[in-house]
Design a protein around this ligand. Structure first.
Ligand SMILES: Nc1ncnc2c1ncn2[C@@H]1O[C@H](COP(=O)(O)OP(=O)(O)O)[C@@H](O)[C@H]1O
Ligand SMILES: [Mg+2]
Length: 374
């Protein structure tokens, strides 16, 4: 019998989903109470997985659950179409999607769902009148959601993943205004605004912006070490191999508990292990991790300006709370203005972060190591 690698690099669910019980409870409590939440963390920390899990539970409680990934959004219309498809999918969740047409009759005046039967199920898209103003479409969508929820006497939870991406659209200010005008009145519908570019997302909820004081902010942290260790050890055991708690601890610590890398490093260790893993395998696996991730990192690196690269490498080599002191700037041959602009840009991209004690460091620990080795 061939046993496959038990570690997951996509959305985790069921028994691959490790811990996060407190976080789940918090999100559920807010949704049941009709509160909006901003869920923030670096990328690949487990936000989407946690949101899916939350929606699964709420769906069983009778909520209308909507999930929309805004990462690929390219225009205002594209945003509205993705959002609408998410709503229609939510309405059809668990049922034959072709019944959606009947369910949404008279809810939306300008948006019409259309269906296409494909080998892997029914694809949903939405037809909109090209001549209709985009603002009216968005109003129609938001009104329709409330009509649906009111009509059915249910609650709804709407998750907008990578929400900060709408700030890239030229119409973003207007979209923020329209969304805000709808979300503030309805206790039945709670929103989960999710994002990886934390600065940009937090700015959207700051003073002078439409979303100010409209949501609780919730920073997703690492999965606690002891919980993750238990999960790693169990996955090895179930798949006929053996990983001691010490090695699992090593895995966790080498990647600073960063969830995606804990899984990826575990996965490589698993591949290299015949029966019993040991510290040598762990070292070898870490080298392989750096190598495979390097392809991604090269892409990120080459998209940066020279000053950004210089600052990033400085912070990777020497995390600091005072990057603007003369000594630091001289050591890394940086100008004050250049360093300030680069730090702002790197923070906006979430490539670096400022941690509690004020230290700037590279957000992604493996990318940090890769930069140090350059
Ligand atoms: N609860 C969890 N248990 C185990 N691994 C997790 C968990 N959450 C996230 N991960 C790991 O992190 C990776 C990224 O998760 P994802 O939900 O896509 O993060 P994000 O949305 O923050 O980018 C997953 O593929 C998985 O390897
Ligand atoms: Mg995600």
């Amino acid at each position: 019998m061939v046993i496959s690698n038990p570690f997951t690099l996509g959305i985790v669910s069921k028994k691959d989903f490790c811990n996060r019980s407190e976080e789940l409870e918090t999100l559920l409590r807010h949704a049941r109470g009709g509160n909006n939440v901003v869920l923030l963390s670096p990328r690949r920390f487990g936000k989407s997985s946690l949101v899916y899990k939350t929606l699964e539970v709420l769906e069983r409680e009778g909520f209308l659950c909507v999930y929309v990934d805004l990462f690929p959004v390219i225009s205002e219309r594209d945003f509205i179409e993705r959002f609408s498809v998410g709503v229609f999918k939510g309405i059809g969740w668990g049922a034959d999607p072709r019944t959606i047409g009947r369910k949404v009759l008279n809810m939306f005046t300008r948006l019409i769902p259309s269906f296409e039967v494909k080998p892997d199920g029914v694809g949903i898209s939405v037809k909109v009148d090209r001549s209709t103003d985009a603002d009216l479409l968005l109003d129609d969508l938001m009104d329709g959601i409330y009509k649906y929820v009111k009509g059915k006497k249910i609650k709804a939870c709407i998750a907008l993943d990578e929400f900060q991406e709408i700030t890239e659209l030229p119409e973003s200010k207007k979209i923020e205004g329209i969304l805000r005008s709808h979300i503030q009145h309805h206790k039945e519908v709670s929103y989960l605004f999710v994002g990886s570019r934390r600065r940009i997302l937090m700015d959207m909820f700051s003073k002078k912006r439409p979303f100010y004081k409209s949501a609780f902010s919730y920073a997703l942290k690492e999965i606690p070490e002891d919980e993750f260790i238990k999960c790693i050890v169990a996955r090895f055991k179930e798949s006929g191999k053996n990983c001691s708690s010490e090695i699992a601890e090593g895995i966790y610590e080498m990647v600073r508990g960063y969830p995606y890398y804990v899984q990826k490093l575990s996965s490589i260790v698993w591949d290299l292990t015949t029966k019993q893993c040991d510290p040598e395998i762990l070292q070898q696996a870490y080298r392989l991790l750096l190598e495979t991730e390097g392809i991604d990192f090269e892409g990120i690196w080459s998209s940066l300006t020279l000053t950004n690269k210089a600052v990033l490498r400085a912070i990777a080599k020497e995390p600091t709370a005072s990057p603007y002191t003369r000594e630091y700037l001289e050591r890394y041959q940086l100008s004050l203005g250049g360093a300030q602009r680069a730090i702002k840009n790197l923070l906006n991209k979430d490539l670096i972060e400022k941690v509690l004690d004020g230290t700037y460091r590279v957000t992604d620990p493996v990318f940090g190591e890769w930069c140090r080795l350059l």
